[in-house]
Write a protein that binds this ligand. Structure first.
Ligand code: FAD
Length: 292
């Protein structure tokens, strides 16, 4: 099922992001965790793509098994990083052959080891190039793109970022998923601005439950997210106790999700970090709202 069709119902729903194994050795444990999340029957699941490209086959393997074994619609990510015209053609053909309708076109996180490369071997610079290629290859794909309520870290300012986002959507994006954020007002402001800029596709907010103190630093480094005072206080008070931090982090994320639904958002995407326990606790605390 296409994600855009899922969103048409207007009924509050939850979806989860998972990441594929980084090595063959961890394949089984990752698959186990992913299966446990799929058994919760979320609206859909997305599977990220390792930007180094080395373990990219796992993205498709996992996305395929989510769909075939659990009947949960899946969304396969693909990045420009490390991709050539030939590899992208092959990937698109494999995604089509696997019957996966939903694809996410991304520039990709540039691995540290590649930061100083001239990237001359890459055929795609920005996600927009990949969106164009995917749209041309299959008019029926439901294509997603990433967006940044707090501005992409490499962008000079929000106007420029939104201008680039508009180009990406015009190239063929059917929906957008946001980077994590911890203050919903940032999302509401962003939505107002992109609608003013003529971007009309559905936007799926991405929420990251912070369940341990170590995650916080990583989240800030990766996304540059603003941490509201309320959230900082919670970490100060409970960060030293793993069980308490887990409970407080889940409650904070759940509260954010309820507020998003209350303000008219249909689907919220949760960055599960492959943790079925966290996914289940969030789903359970929203069971009457999402009808699960
Ligand atoms: P782009 O849309 O290419 O934008 C990147 C920057 O370039 C922005 O500053 C933008 O304003 C600017 N820009 C865009 N087009 C142009 C242009 N034509 N000319 C000049 N500047 C331009 N990373 C992974 O490696 N694998 C994943 O699976 C993955 N999944 C993600 C899922 C979501 C929902 C999100 C939010 C991020 C994900 N990422 C993933 C991280 C993402 O790859 C990084 O945030 C990356 O830095 C930007 O990717 P993008 O697709 O937004 O890039």
């Amino acid at each position: 099922m296409k994600i855009t069709d899922l969103l048409k119902s207007g009924v509050p729903s939850l979806s989860f992001e998972v990441f594929p194994p980084k090595t063959e050795m961890t394949f089984e444990s990752v698959r186990g965790a992913v299966e446990e999340i799929a058994r919760l029957r979320p609206a859909f699941m997305s599977v990220t793509y390792g930007a180094g490209g080395g373990t990219s086959q796992y993205t498709l393997d996992i996305a395929k098994s989510i769909k075939e074994q659990y009947g949960v619609p899946s969304l396969a990510h693909l990045t420009c990083v490390s991709s050539t015209k030939t590899t992208v053609k092959e990937k698109i053909a494999a995604i089509k052959a696997a019957g996966i309708e939903n694809v996410m076109a991304l520039r990709g996180d540039i691995p540290k080891s590649m930061e100083n490369d001239d990237r001359g071997g890459w055929d795609y610079r920005h996600a927009v190039d990949l969106v164009r290629e995917m749209r041309e290859a299959n008019p029926n794909f439901c294509i997603g793109g990433a967006c940044y309520p707090e501005v992409h870290p490499e962008s000079p300012d929000q106007n420029e970022d939104i201008k680039r986002l508009r180009e990406k959507v015009d190239a063929g994006c059917d929906f957008l998923t946001t980077q994590m954020f911890f203050d919903n007002n940032l999302l509401y402001n962003f939505l107002y601005k992109i609608r003013e800029a003529g971007i009309t596709v559905p936007v799926i907010p991405g929420i990251m439950p912070i369940t341990n103190a170590a995650q916080i630093e990583r989240a800030i480094t990766l996304s540059g997210s603003f941490m509201p005072r309320r959230f900082v206080s919670l970490v100060d008070r409970f960060g030293h106790s793993p069980a308490a931090m887990m409970q407080a982090g889940i409650a904070y994320a759940t509260d954010q999700i309820i507020d998003l639904y209350a303000n008219g958002i249909t689907n919220v995407h949760v960055y599960s970090m492959n943790n079925p326990g966290v996914a289940e606790r969030i789903m359970t605390s929203l069971s009457d709202i999402i009808g699960k």
